[in-house]
Design a protein around this ligand. Structure first.
Ligand SMILES: [Zn+2]
Length: 411
């Protein structure tokens, strides 16, 4: 009974993904000849044509990748290769936390290999064609190796601790496991910008000057009290631009892409910074943390139930009740369920974006700078300005530029 349900879930998600992307392509083509007036006001005709071509190229590529990924998942789950691998690795130290952690890491690593050619193609063919790629094959390979090393260095102790906890803590292990994972995530929020990000990028404080003066004054005015605004060399890999916020409390920091600084005027950069500060001042960070903690608690409860049941792992050819396989299967198959809830998550994320935009408008005293920043970001990133509503519902954590502009101009 388990396997047919999993097979149906794989097929259902793939069908939904393909249908949504076909809907989206049709919507983009429908507007390709003549953009809606609100869109024509944002981008000129050549840029619009280029954005349409970019969106269609990405969508066609994603379609192939979706089918391929579903095939790889089905093969992994139904072929019996994972139980075979587990039998081999578990034999080194039957039932031990370290052989279990090793199995999960090795199997996950193995399953990410088939996707590498797609990632390569996306970076060096697709992004290259539209002028976004700034990476080199050498940098790309180095990134992958660093990512692998980090995955093992962080993943192994964490998985080992989780698996060891199950034996040590007995029936309530999932509560402790949840606490462990949540504590680990808080720690990573602090350590990520300090220890991990610098392995891949150079972060420098924004140099003294007019721009820094303006941004620091804005931070003061909005009650953020920043020590510094940091600049990340995103241009090393891509011409896409962005800004983000990491950490919390004393460890909070705002990071601007160097590409963003090059593209926006000073008052537009101020507005983007005000938007990021808005997320902080409006309490979006602790709220999202609380929501994700609650969801993870539910996840751990489900995992504990499945791991205890015996039938779950046995259905896939593992020994009944084997712990490490239950963890791996949960990780591999969880997305088949969570996919259907992405519109809910995106709905709340979009509400936060509107609120942060309004905060930026008020901090700047007028909607102009934020609208200007959004326009330029859409132009430079060749954003799809006419997504299908269902497609954006499933995949967009941010409202579209025209939606944000309308909200900003509404008093
Ligand atoms: Zn935002």
């Amino acid at each position: 009974m388990v396997l047919p349900v999993i097979a149906a879930l794989i097929v259902l998600r793939l069908a939904a993904e393909l249908w949504l992307s076909a809907l989206n392509r049709r919507e983009v083509r429908r507007h390709a000849g003549a953009p809606p007036p609100a869109v024509a006001a944002i981008v000129d005709a050549p840029t619009y044509a280029k954005a349409v071509a970019y969106t269609l190229a990405k969508s066609a590529f994603a379609r192939i990748e979706m089918i391929f990924d579903a095939g790889v998942l089905a093969l992994a789950v139904f072929s019996g290769v994972l139980p075979w691998l587990f039998a081999g690795m578990d034999a080194w130290a039957p039932g031990s936390a370290w052989s279990g952690a090793l199995f999960i890491l090795f199997a996950s690593g193995l399953l990410s290999v088939p996707d590498l050619p797609f990632e390569w193609w996306a970076q060096f063919r697709l992004e290259e064609k539209f002028g976004f790629n700034k990476s080199t094959p050498r940098l790309w390979v180095t990134d992958k190796l660093k990512g692998l090393a980090l995955g093992v260095a962080i993943g192994f102790p964490l998985l080992w601790a989780l698996l060891a906890l199950v034996r040590a803590a007995g029936g309530a292990w999932w509560l402790w496991g949840w606490g462990l994972l949540f504590g680990f995530q808080l720690l990573m929020m602090v350590l990520y910008p300090k220890l991990i990000l610098p392995l891949f990028n150079k972060l420098t404080p924004l140099p003294e000057g007019e721009l820094r003066g303006r941004l620091m004054a804005l931070a003061d005015r909005t009650g953020f009290r920043a020590q510094t605004v940091q600049v990340i060399d995103g241009s090393k890999r891509s011409a896409h631009s962005n800004a983000f916020f990491t950490g919390f409390g004393r460890f909070r920091r705002i990071v601007l892409f160097d590409t963003l600084i090059a593209q926006l005027a000073p008052d537009e950069l101020e507005a983007v910074l005000a938007h990021e500060i808005g997320h902080y001042r409006l309490g979006h960070v602790p709220r999202m943390l609380a929501v994700s903690a609650a969801l993870q608690l539910g996840g751990f409860a489900a995992l504990a139930w499945l791991a205890r049941s015996g039938w779950f792992t046995a259905a896939f050819g593992f020994p009944a009740g084997a712990l490490a396989p239950a963890f791996l299967l949960f990780g591999l198959l969880g997305g088949l369920v969570t996919f259907w809830f992405s519109p809910v998550a995106n709905f709340f994320s979009r509400r936060h974006e509107y609120q942060a935009d309004a905060f930026a408008r008020n901090a700047m005293g007028a909607p102009g700078p934020m609208v200007g920043a959004l326009h330029k970001l859409a132009q430079k990133n060749l954003s799809n300005l006419t997504p299908h509503r269902l497609f954006s519902g499933f995949y967009y954590s941010h409202p579209t530029v025209t939606e944000r502009e309308q909200a900003l101009l509404k008093t």
